[in-house]
Design a protein around this ligand. Structure first.
Ligand code: CMX
Length: 424
């Protein structure tokens, strides 16, 4: 496999580089931690390493130093190769990776039985995460670890597990969609389609303009990774640092993605936009929208899709979706509201004065595009996010195993001790 060959060629040099860097500069201080940060979700504390991507507050996502906006036309498979290696695949490497995905895409039959046994009103994210977890017995990492393996080899079965998992995620996600929302039997994958197009095919949505696969590719590319400290990436990394395998770690991380302050915001954003549409019978005036935003804030709720823990500018991923919408559905009233919200809400949030970032994040616009294509089941939206984000999780774990990073174990302190330290 060409991806494996490339990693095998890179890893010894990278390991040597990091090891001598830590030896020479290990005592260099990179962060101080205040009591407010300890109670405030460790916001801004620099205590992790992530080489796959970075989110400078004034730029947004860089995948291996490339702005995500410049990658919007690339296939998600190319992005995974880039995340893992730091380089775009050439034609041969891409074809080879796609061949690996095709060979590994069959979902074991027992997964469907487990999902069928779940309560009919289970959340699609719970079904998706359960499907991943119940495949844990397939882990090649666990099998190799149980047999005995050198630490320097850990990354190899982690890569195998990651590819097995990524190859199956579109099929699992499409199967969850069809089962959970009564859309009829599952649709078999077409082995000659790329990852995103195959997912679009297996969902079985109407696609009269033939552009759904483009949206899915864009969606899967834009959500790929967001450095190491966000809830799902951090949870995945923490779990995997105990040498839990990819099935345990990705399922665990995605349980974090399912939270309303993280990936679930995705489903809530469109809900808010549709409320606007319903209340005003279409696209509201600027003043009406402003008032609606204030009513939301005054009732103690957040405006979903706006604000970010790290970003301080418009999320370039939002811009990517906005451009797609302008090209393919400029006349759609729901999309027109998303556009108008972007004009109005940042000003309202600035006046409100609480949110550190009044600008839209990735979730502010994507739902309107899915809705346009007939994907109207909001609770499913986070699953789409999850398929994509699994690429970031897996690439981060492969790099961590390759570099031999340590078990994660920060120190916690009781309030009493903190008070004593602060002389309170
Ligand atoms: N609407 C109203 N209030 C907001 C807000 C918004 N969109 N964004 C932040 N605030 C408020 C916070 O609730 C917080 O209020 P309190 O002091 O009363 O707790 C205050 O502003 C300061 O928050 P912050 O430091 O700017 O933001 P955080 O890092 O704490 O939280 C986020 C970031 C994304 C959770 C928050 O902006 C939010 O809740 N946004 C809406 C939900 C959303 O879009 N989530 C998707 C994020 C993308 C992702 O990670 O998947």
């Amino acid at each position: 496999m060409l991806l494996k060959d490339k990693l095998a060629a890179q890893i010894p040099g990278l390991r040597e580089d990091i090891s001598s860097f830590v030896k020479a500069h290990g005592d260099h201080e990179i962060s101080k931690v205040t009591i407010a940060q300890a109670y405030g979700g460790m916001r801004g504390v620099r205590a992790m390493v992530c080489d796959t991507s970075e989110v400078p507050p004034d730029k947004g996502l860089l995948v291996r130093e490339i702005p995500i906006g410049d990658l919007a036309e690339n296939l998600p498979e190319e992005i995974f190769f880039l995340l893992c290696t730091g380089d775009m695949p050439n034609k041969e490497e891409l074809a080879d990776l796609q061949k690996e995905y095709s060979a590994r895409c069959e979902v074991p039959e027992y997964v469907w039985k487990v999902l069928e046994a779940m309560p009919k009103d289970s959340h699609p994210m719970c079904m998706f995460d359960t499907a991943i977890l119940c495949m844990e017995k397939e882990s090649k990492f666990r099998a190799a670890y149980d047999k005995g393996m050198k630490k320097t080899e850990y990354w190899e079965p982690m890569l195998e597990d990651s590819l097995d998992l990524l190859a199956k995620l579109p099929g699992i996600a499409a199967g969850v969609y069809r089962m959970r929302f009564g859309k009829g039997p599952r649709i078999a994958p077409k082995k000659d389609l790329d990852w995103g197009a195959n997912f679009a095919h297996m969902m079985g949505l109407e696609d009269p303009k033939g552009t759904l696969a483009d949206l899915m590719r864009l969606y899967l590319t834009l959500h790929c990774d967001h450095e190491g400290g966000n809830v799902s990436a951090h949870a995945t990394h923490c779990i995997a640092s105990a040498l839990s395998d990819a099935y345990y770690a990705v399922s665990g991380g995605l349980n974090g993605l399912a939270g309303p302050l993280h990936g679930l915001a995705n489903q809530e954003c469109l809900g808010w936009v549709l409320q606007v549409h319903e209340k005003f019978g279409g696209v509201p005036s600027d003043d009406d929208l402003k008032q609606f935003a204030w009513d939301t804030l005054n009732s103690g709720k957040v405006i979903p899709g706006y604000g970010h823990a790290v970003l301080r500018v418009t999320d370039p991923r939002f811009t990517g979706f906005l451009q797609f919408g302008k090209k393919h559905m400029a006349d759609d009233p729901i999309f027109a509201i998303v556009n108008k919200v972007y004009d109005i809400v940042p000003g309202v949030l600035k006046e409100h004065g609480k949110a550190k970032n009044p600008w839209p994040n990735v979730d502010a616009g994507s739902g309107a595009l899915l809705y346009h294509y007939g994907l109207k089941e909001f609770s499913y939206y986070t699953v789409l996010f999850a398929i994509s984000r699994a690429m970031g999780m897996c690439s981060q774990m492969i790099v961590s195993r390759a570099m031999g990073y340590s078990l994660e174990r920060p120190k916690s302190l009781p309030t009493k001790v903190l008070k004593a330290q602060a002389g309170a």
